[in-house]
Design a protein around this ligand. Structure first.
Ligand code: SAM
Length: 389
């Protein structure tokens, strides 16, 4: 998949671009022609290409059904059941409390989606995409919370026009629409904070493998949620001091989790809003993990500015989140997060280049992208404050 050109108004094309346009117009006419489609499917050399394209288009048409099949498997704990070994249909039906015919239908769908695999003797075991789901509370929590997104996306055109009837995801992330997010109650932040903590394993190792914390003395995690990222960082760098800043109600949850993890004396937690309150000073490294994409440009710049002011001179910022236009992961950055954040009501996925430009204009220096092993899950940009900041 290609990245979108970002120009909003067209400019006269160069001769090279003009030739490409002509070729693309011809290609589009051919691909849209029923006669061409029939010939491509009939001719042995083009048949595999025609079949692949038809399959890819069908996946787009039917993708929401696949997601719901996965949700059913997660809700019924099918992967955990099969992790104990392959089972026969009737045993599965009984353990899932489903009529045998429904279990058969679910298993047929799950086999087709490679979540489950048919095994010898008519039994069913884990498939190659189902096996990684075993005990994976991070992905299971993501799948289950998609209920809200699914409701909001029921009328995507209304959503794009700002006329959606459902605002389930905005309710799930109440800070997105709150005039005073620092006044949110413990109940209203509980569900998203638990999801963030459950899904941290998808990102923390990626970040900490890409950037070694040794050599730093104090880490401030801004918008650090319940502290799951800090707990992983603490395990990697035992002498690092730790600070966390988040909304007061979330900070309260972080206190409980971090105390249970034994971080007590190394850790200081502060509650407030990074849109209006200064951040705690004294850290030589700060992290913004999955924070900036939640905010529109003006608020995002305010957060970057607050981080730069809080860091010691020559301090380091790690900005980590899924990014738009990520080669090979465009469907995640541009399609999934583009619509997710639209439904949430604030923010947008940004490319590494856009984030780097924002960091420069917020006064950061030595801004560079550092590769992570799974850019689908998280991308990483490292920046420094000037020595006189
Ligand atoms: C998407 S979550 C990411 C949490 C955590 N960094 C992680 O990756 O698991 C965004 C975090 O920013 C916090 N946040 C949102 N608005 C805030 C504000 N105005 N001031 C402080 N924290 C805020 C939320 O409470 C939440 O914990």
């Amino acid at each position: 998949m290609q990245s979108l050109p970002l120009a909003r108004h067209s400019a006269p094309p160069s001769w090279r671009a003009a030739w490409r346009e002509r070729w693309l117009a011809l290609r589009d006419r051919l691909l849209a022609s029923r006669a061409f489609q029939r010939r491509a499917a009939a001719f042995p050399l083009t048949r595999p290409i025609a079949q692949r394209r038809a399959g890819a288009l069908f996946d787009l048409v039917a993708g929401f059904v696949y997601s719901q099949v996965l949700l059913a498997c997660v809700q019924l704990r099918l992967f955990d059941l099969l992790s104990q070994g392959p089972l026969a249909l009737n045993d599965i039906a009984q353990r899932l409390d489903l009529p045998a015919e429904s279990a058969e239908r679910l298993l047929a769908a799950a086999v087709a989606l490679r979540l489950v695999e048919a095994r010898s003797g008519g039994r069913f075991g884990l498939g190659e995409l189902g096996a990684p789901m075993v005990g994976n509370t991070a992905i299971a929590a993501m799948v289950e919370h998609h209920r809200a997104l699914y409701a909001d996306l029921a009328d995507p055109v209304a959503l794009l026009r700002g006329q959606a009837r459902s605002a389930a995801l905005a309710g799930y992330w109440p800070y997105a629409g709150a005039a005073r997010p620092d006044g949110l109650s413990g109940d209203s932040v509980a569900e998203y904070s638990a999801l963030m903590a459950a899904s941290q394993p998808l990102v923390c190792d990626e970040i900490l493998d890409a950037y070694a914390l040794h050599g730093h003395r104090c880490l401030l995690d801004v918008g650090g949620g319940e502290g799951a990222f800090l707990i992983s960082a603490a395990a990697r760098a035992p002498s690092l001091r730790l600070m966390l800043f988040d909304l007061p109600a979330v900070a309260e949850r972080a206190r409980a989790r971090c105390a249970a993890a034994g971080l007590g004396a190394r850790l200081r937690i502060e509650g407030g809003s990074f849109l209006t309150d200064p951040l705690p000073k004294g850290a030589d490294i700060a992290t913004l993990v999955r924070v900036i994409h939640d905010h529109d440009d003006a608020a995002a710049m305010r957060i970057l500015d607050a981080v730069r002011q809080a860091l010691s001179p020559g301090g380091t910022l790690l900005l980590a989140e899924p990014m738009a236009h990520t080669p090979g992961a465009e469907s995640m950055g541009d399609a999934y997060f583009g619509f997710y954040l639209l439904a949430m009501g604030k923010g947008k996925p940004r490319s590494a280049a856009t984030l780097q430009a924002m960091l420069h204009s917020a006064g950061f220096q030595e801004v560079r992208q550092v590769p992570t092993r799974m850019p689908l899950q998280v991308g990483l940009i490292v920046a420094r404050t000037g020595l006189a900041s």
